[in-house]
Design a protein around this ligand. Structure first.
Ligand code: NAP
Ligand code: MG
Length: 482
C-alpha cells in the first residue's frame, strides 16, 4: 500500500561552485603533479547526473614504480629523520587545511560519489579531519602508546581505498602511517578519486617533504601492481572480501605486513523491551545511511517476535518519508547509488530475494529521471539460509528476520561468513553485556548505530578481515616493536 508523504520540502540545493573541480588531474608523485607514463586518462562522473566531472590520470607499472621509489626516498631522506614533534606538526597542518577547505571537500565528495551533502558535510569531512588531528597527537607520544617498547617505523606503506567513504578511508590510512613515521603510496577507488586528489593538494599546501605521500589513480590493475611491488613494507586494504583474498594470496610468503578491512552483513538486534521509536530510527540510520554503501551497515535486522508486527509497520511508515534524490539538496536522505554497476548488483539481489520467496516492500517515492537511484526497501519472511541474508548487498535493502530467545538470536547473528558489526537494542544493561560478549563482530553498538570516533578502533572478524584502524590499536599495524 502506498504510504502518504508526511512532509514536503522546497528544494534546498547546495551550490556546486565551491567544489572547484579541475578538468584534469595528474598523478601526485614526489610532491609534484606528474603526467602518467602511458598518457592515458579515465573519466570520473557524477552518479546523480551521469555528467563527466573530470578526467584522471591512469597509473601503470612505470608510474607505480616511480611512486614507490619516491616514497622510499621520502622515507630515507626526510621522514625517518624528522623529529616526532615535527611530524606531528605537519599532520596537524593537514587537519587544519582540511577544515578550511571543508565545504569544497564536502561538495566534491557528494558530486563524485553520490552521497547526500548532509552526510559529507556533517560526517565524512569532519571525521576525516578529526582522524588527522587525533593521530597528529600520537606522533610524539608513541612511547606512551607502547610502554617499555620502542616503536620503529616500517618504511613504505601501500594503501588502497574503496568508493563508499573516499576521503574518510584515505584519512584512516594516511594519518596513522604518517604519525608512526612511514611514507605512503595510496590508490583511491576509480569512481571516487577526486577528494583524495584534493587531499594531495592539501598535503602540498602543508609543505610535506617530497615523496612522503604519493597518490596514484587508476583501476584495480593499478592496485594490484602496488600490492605486488617488492619495495613496499606494508599493505593496508579496504574493500571487498573477494579482492582482499586475492591480495592475501599475492602477499603470501613475503615479509609485507597486511591489514584487510573487508565486507560485512551486520546484525541489528531489537529486543521487545527496546525503546521502539528510537530503534526504528536506529535501523533506518543503520541501513539507509549512505545508500547502504556501508561495510558495517545493519543490513540483517533481527526483531523479537512479540514486537515484529508493530515494528515492521513503523519501519514501513518511516521508509515512506525518506527523501530520495539530488544528493546536493540539503533535505535529501538517500542520494545516488555510486555507479551503474553497483545499481545493477543491488537490483539483481532484489530479484534473488523475490525468487527465494521473501516478501518485498519498497517506498513508492518518485526517482529522478537521470542518474543511478534506488528506492529504500525491505524484505520480510526471510530465511537465515537465503542469499539475501548471507551476502552483502551494499545498497538500501534491509532483510528482516525474527527470533524468540537470546540464545537463538546469538546463534543466528553469528551464522554469517562476516563479523564486522552488530547492534543491540534493549532496556537492560546486563543483556547488552551478555549478548555483546557472545557476538563475534568487531564493532557492537548498543541502543545506537553507525557512530564513529577516531579514538575508537574499527575492524572485523572472519571474512570481514583483520587488523584495526582508529584508536591506539590503529597505530600497531604501522610499527615494529623492539
Ligand atoms: P573493491 O572492488 O574490492 O575495491 C576496493 C579497492 O581495491 C578499489 O580501490 C579497487 O580499485 C581496488 N582493487 C580492485 N581490484 C584490485 C586488485 N586485484 N588488487 C588490488 N586492488 C584492487 O571494493 P569496492 O567495491 O570499492 O568497495 C566495496 C567493498 O568494500 C564492500 O565489500 C565493503 O564492505 C568494503 N568496505 C569495507 C570497509 C571496512 O572497513 N571493513 C570499509 C568500506 C568498504 P577500483 O575501484 O579502481 O576497481
Ligand atoms: Mg565519480
Amino acid at each position: 500500500m502506498a504510504t502518504k508523504k508526511k512532509w514536503e520540502y522546497s528544494p534546498a540545493p547546495e551550490s556546486k561552485q565551491p567544489a572547484a573541480i579541475a578538468s584534469r588531474y595528474e598523478l601526485f608523485i614526489n610532491g609534484k603533479w606528474q603526467k602518467p607514463s602511458s598518457g592515458n586518462y579515465f573519466n570520473s562522473i557524477n552518479p546523480a547526473t551521469e555528467e563527466k566531472l573530470s578526467e584522471i590520470a591512469l597509473a601503470e607499472e612505470a608510474d607505480v614504480n616511480k611512486a614507490v621509489q619516491a616514497a622510499r626516498q621520502g622515507y630515507e631522506k626526510y621522514w625517518k629523520k624528522i623529529s616526532p614533534t615535527e611530524r606531528g606538526k605537519y599532520i596537524f597542518r593537514i587537519a587544519r587545511i582540511m577544515q578550511e577547505r571543508a565545504r569544497e571537500l564536502a561538495v566534491t565528495e557528494t558530486m563524485d560519489g553520490g552521497k547526500p551533502i548532509r552526510e559529507s558535510r556533517d560526517f565524512d569531512i569532519p571525521t576525516a579531519a578529526n582522524h588527522f588531528f587525533y593521530y597528529a597527537g600520537w606522533a610524539d607520544k608513541l612511547d606512551f602508546a607502547f610502554p617499555n617498547k620502542k616503536a620503529n617505523s616500517l618504511g613504505v606503506a601501500g594503501q588502497i581505498t574503496p568508493w563508499n567513504f573516499p576521503l574518510l578511508m584515505a584519512a584512516w590510512k594516511i594519518a596513522p602511517a604518517l604519525a608512526t613515521g612511514n611514507t605512503v603510496v595510496l590508490k583511491p577507488a576509480e569512481t571516487t578519486s577526486l577528494t583524495t586528489l584534493k587531499l594531495a593538494e592539501i598535503i602540498q599546501e602543508a609543505d610535506l617533504p617530497p615523496g612522503v605521500v604519493n597518490i596514484i589513480t587508476g583501476a584495480g590493475q593499478t592496485g594490484a601492481l602496488l600490492t605486488k611491488h617488492t619495495d613496499i613494507n606494508k599493505i593496508a586494504f579496504t574493500g571487498s572480501t573477494e579482492v582482499g583474498k586475492i591480495i592475501q594470496r599475492t602477499l603470501a610468503g613475503s615479509s609485507k605486513k597486511l591489514t584487510l578491512e573487508l565486507g560485512g552483513k551486520g546484525a541489528n538486534i531489537i529486543f521487545e523491551d527496546a525503546p521502539i521509536d528510537q530503534a526504528v530510527e536506529g535501523v533506518i540510520n543503520g541501513i539507509f545511511f549512505n545508500q547502504g554503501h556501508v561495510c558495517c551497515a545493519g543490513s540483517r535486522l533481527y526483531v523479537q517476535e512479540s514486537i515484529a508486527k508493530i515494528f515492521i509497520k513503523k519501519l514501513k511508515d518511516r521508509i515512506g518519508t525518506l527523501l530520495v534524490g539530488d544528493p546536493l539538496d540539503k533535505n535529501t536522505d538517500i542520494g545516488a547509488i555510486n555507479s551503474a554497476q553497483q545499481l545493477k548488483t543491488i537490483q539483481s539481489f532484489i530479484k534473488i530475494g523475490k525468487a527465494e520467496g521473501a516478501s518485498f516492500y519498497e517506498s513508492d517515492c518518485a526517482l529522478p529521471k537521470k542518474g543511478y537511484f534506488c528506492r529504500p526497501s525491505l524484505f520480510t519472511n526471510v530465511a537465515q539460509s537465503n542469499r539475501i541474508a548471507q551476502e552483502e548487498i551494499f545498497g538500501p535493502v534491509l532483510c528482516i528476520l525474527t527470533f524468540r530467545t537470546d540464545d537463538e538470536v546469538i546463534e543466528k547473528a553469528n551464522n554469517s561468513p562476516y563479523g564486522l558489526s552488530a547492534g543491540i537494542w534493549t532496556d537492560k544493561g546486563a543483556r547488552i553485556f551478555n549478548i555483546s560478549k557472545r557476538i563475534r563482530a568487531g564493532v557492537i553498538w548498543a541502543n545506537t548505530y553507525n557512530l564513529f570516533d577516531p579514538t575508537s578502533p574499527f575492524g572485523g572478524y572472519k571474512e570481514s578481515g583483520f587488523g584495526r584502524e582508529g584508536g591506539l590499536q590503529g597505530l600497531q599495524p604501522y610499527v615494529q616493536l623492539s
